[in-house]
Design a protein around this ligand. Structure first.
Ligand code: CU
Length: 497
């Protein structure tokens, strides 16, 4: 399957992105694909679950075991990592908004761990951030977290351990899963729904890093330094092997649809490393919620973009009979496994990929004109990168200092703040605020409102302005959701006065 792309893959990726790693995997992908061509005639029933993905646990008592797992991305491509309850992704945890739960975590590894519940409004002692004061789960120890899940929506859980220079720790491992909080209005009516985590595997260090964040239109760059820092950059983390849930493109069960169906996808970018795009030829994504929060203006787009940590709930109308690849627009990423086959009933051909004509992502498409006055209280974060400021690695600073800060970010309970992120670096960073939700007020030089998030990708040399209310007392972690940026300075603690 993915025949033409796979065949081209051996020669099409960009200089500097090749690695023995990648070549070997592509060969395997190619060989396995040839041996097991996907056709329209597979065993399961139309409308059956999409992939071999994780089990689901619902109720008020949840048990999570952190332990080594293997992930079979493809035959002959098995990754060893750490996961939850024997798999990666871990089980989907289904909770009810406002109904308190207990999560019992057993850590069967040799290192301290933390489980963070991302996108929830909860106290710092259970949030899963050591910086905020959540106790760790000790090696071969156990700990229970009790909390009341809120608000309703597509959330997720993942490790919050640091990795530093160890690519087998923290969010480079398979410790992630969906956490769904029920209780809101369902975003759209649909015939099927699928939880799809975008992931990459076997990261490595490189100084030849080329990211693909320039895929969108050129945004204003109000924070571009003059002159630019031309010192050689430090090591970055890259990957060439991808999956949706636990399968590389072509190796999981296709998502089987029927003409006329409305199919809801819940996407999560569970990568520790990179922002990702997703497209499906011939179909538009009707975006209903971002980071689990219903948007002010649901809109249809050709391409989705998710920074690490972000979620998108979007449905398609199944109205283009065929067999399609839904995946990354970049050939090298899709050929490396980031995609899944969408197969209409009674269609028998190899999956088709057509590049999207206008790859474009813009949060303001889902917002409305601002109607509230801007909050009077202002906070600013100037983000800079010092090439090789942390030995082999780049060092990131927030307002001129790497973590930790003193009391630079003091919040007054009940006050609404306008927080400006000034990104003076040449990367697009997914910025995450724990235990609070924020509303985008300005991005790409455009004003908006009604887009409520917990993570926002601030473009290179760009600016984002977000508003939030300080209504969750206690220490609150802010950080970039790219693991090695966070580990090397890119975080700050907000405190309540
Ligand atoms: Cu970053």
């Amino acid at each position: 399957m993915i025949g033409p792309d796979l065949k081209r893959a051996a020669t099409c990726f960009m200089p500097g992105q090749d690695s023995p790693h990648r070549r070997e995997f592509l060969k395997l992908l190619g060989a396995a694909a040839a041996a097991r061509p996907l056709s329209g005639q597979q065993m399961s029933m139309p409308g059956a679950p999409a992939s071999s993905g994780a089990k689901e646990i619902a109720g008020t008592e949840f048990n999570l075991e952190i332990a080594p797992v293997t992930v079979e991305l493809a035959p002959n491509r098995i990754v060893s990592t750490i996961g939850y309850n024997g798999s990666s992704p871990g089980p989907l945890l289904r909770m009810k908004a406002g109904v308190s739960v207990t999560v019992n975590v057993v850590n069967k590894t040799d290192v301290p761990e933390l489980v963070h519940y991302h996108g929830l409004l909860m106290p710092p002692d259970v949030d899963g951030s050591e910086e905020e004061g959540t106790p760790t789960v000790s090696p071969h120890g156990a700990r229970s977290y009790r909390f009341t899940p809120n608000p309703a929506g597509t959330r997720w859980y993942h490790t919050h351990a640091m990795s530093m220079d160890d690519l087998h720790r923290g969010s480079y491992t398979g410790q992630f899963g969906f956490l769904v909080i029920e209780g809101g209005s369902n975003p759209g009516r649909y015939d099927q729904e699928h939880y799809l985590a975008l992931r990459d595997w076997e990261p490595y260090f490189t100084t030849q890093y080329m990211d693909t964040d320039d895929l969108g239109p050129p945004w204003p760059q109000p924070e571009k330094p003059d002159p630019l820092d031309t010192r050689p950059p430090g090591w970055e983390v890259a990957t060439d092997i991808y999956s949706i849930n636990d399968k590389a493109l072509g190796f999981g069960e296709p998502i089987r649809v029927r003409t006329g169906q409305r199919v809801m996808f819940h996407f999560l970018n569970a990568s520790a490393v990179e922002n990702r795009h997703i497209a499906l030829p011939g179909h538009k994504f009707n975006v209903e919620a971002l980071d689990g929060n219903p948007v002010a203006r649901p809109s249809a787009v050709d391409v989705l973009m998710l920074g690490p940590g972000e979620r998108i709930d979007a449905w398609i109308s199944a109205n283009q009979p065929g067999v399609w690849v839904m995946g990354a627009p970049e050939d090298n990423v899709r050929d490396g496994g980031l995609g899944i086959v969408i197969e209409y009933a009674n269609q028998h051909r190899s999956p088709q990929w057509i590049p999207p004509s206008a790859p474009r992502w813009d949060y303001t498409l889902f917002g409305k004109a601002p109607s509230e006055p801007a909050p009077a209280q202002k906070l600013e974060m100037v983000i800079e990168k010092i090439p090789r400021g942390a030995g082999k690695f780049n060092l990131f600073t927030v307002n001129g200092k790497p973590y930790p800060h003193e009391d630079e970010f003091l919040l007054k309970q009940g006050t609404r703040y306008r927080l400006t992120f000034r990104n003076r670096t040449d990367d697009a960073h997914p910025l995450h605020l724990h235990r609070h939700l924020f509303e985008i007020a300005e991005i790409y030089g455009k004003q908006t409102s009604g887009v409520i998030k917990d993570t926002v990708v601030v473009p290179m040399y760009g600016r984002a302005v977000v508003d939030f209310t300080a209504d969750q007392p206690g220490a609150t972690l802010f950080h970039c959701h790219i693991q090695h940026h966070m580990d090397y300075g890119f975080k700050a603690l907000l405190k309540y006065a």
